[in-house]
Design a protein around this ligand. Structure first.
Ligand code: A2P
Length: 280
């Protein structure tokens, strides 16, 4: 062994162990600002937004809580607030035995939530080619990314007409989308832009409501287009975003393809885009 080695060992013995370097990719700890419960299965909450957190309206990010051992328990959530908002909003399901949502549903203002640093996703305006009319088809918590996009002025700058559909089993599950869209008229940023441009079309499948049935059936029968007073889907004019359960996405996507629309992505924008609604 060289004297160098001996020297280094002696130095090491004399130097206190260095603290592990902080992981630059670790989630940040954010503060809960507001919580609102809609049903025993649905709630929304708002948290602080770090200055460094940049995202495009419609994207999702991993959020969560620390586990008992201190390691993060994270799940994907669409950001429901628009890119310009100083806070972040999320719309969540509560699953009684879900590892994250069963705990997340008990958060109160002042509590801490973990926020990952890298948002991503395909439900973004940049993944679509320009068009006249933008459809956003959602079921359940699949409305979340559209809660972001309908509050983004860019949406109204790019499209003449914006139609958001939200289908749930029961009427009470439509509260978030209905309140949000009704209040938009008073929004200082997009209030004037939404007038005459944005329409929310809600339907229920297991309770009486103004419109009844799955969105796929309403497309097939043409009822959706008759109710809205618009022509059937046309790849020349119409663009679409789809967010719901895996089966809902596949079934709705099949209708888009049948109408002649092609699927787009961030790398290759086209006429419609899809994303799974995340659930805990
Ligand atoms: P239904 O009540 O007929 O199942 P879920 O909570 O299961 O995700 O469902 C949310 C909404 O999406 C419900 O109204 C449900 O209708 C509807 N839905 C479920 N599967 C599909 C599908 N494959 N295509 C269109 N809508 C669907």
């Amino acid at each position: 062994m060289s004297s160098d080695t001996t020297g280094t060992a002696a130095e090491n013995a004399a130097t206190p162990a260095a603290a592990p370097a902080p992981n630059p990719n670790a989630p940040t700890e954010e503060t809960v600002l507001a919580v609102e419960h809609y049903t025993d299965r649905l709630f929304r909450f708002r948290i602080t937004r770090p200055r460094s957190f940049r995202f495009r309206s419609g994207e999702f990010v991993m959020i969560g809580l620390p586990k008992e051992d201190g390691r993060p328990l994270l799940r994907a959530y669409s950001v429901a607030s628009p890119a310009w908002d100083e806070e972040l909003e999320f719309y969540s399901i509560k699953v009684p035995d879900g590892p994250l949502t069963s705990r997340l549903c008990n958060i109160q203002p002042g509590d801490k939530v973990l926020l990952a640093r890298k948002p991503t996703g395909t439900l973004v305006l940049d993944a679509l080619l320009p068009g006249k009319r933008l459809y956003m088809f959602s079921t359940g918590t699949g409305f979340a990314p559209f809660a972001s996009l309908v509050r983004d002025p860019d949406t109204y700058e790019r499209y003449e007409e914006v139609i958001v559909t939200h289908t749930c089993r029961e009427v009470a599950e439509l509260t978030y989308s209905r309140n949000l869209v009704a209040d938009l008229i008073n929004d200082p940023l997009v209030g004037e832009m939404v007038e005459g441009k944005l329409r929310l079309y809600t339907s229920c499948t297991r309770e009486p409501h103004e419109h009844q049935g799955r969105i796929t059936d309403l497309i097939d029968s043409g009822q959706l287009f008759r109710d809205l007073g618009v022509p059937p889907l046309d790849p020349q004019t119409d663009r679409a975003m789809i967010c719901g359960s895996m089966v809902m996405i596949q079934d709705t996507k099949a209708r888009m393809i049948r109408a002649g629309l092609t699927e787009g992505s961030n790398a290759a924008p086209a006429e419609f885009v899809i994303e799974k609604a995340f659930a805990g």
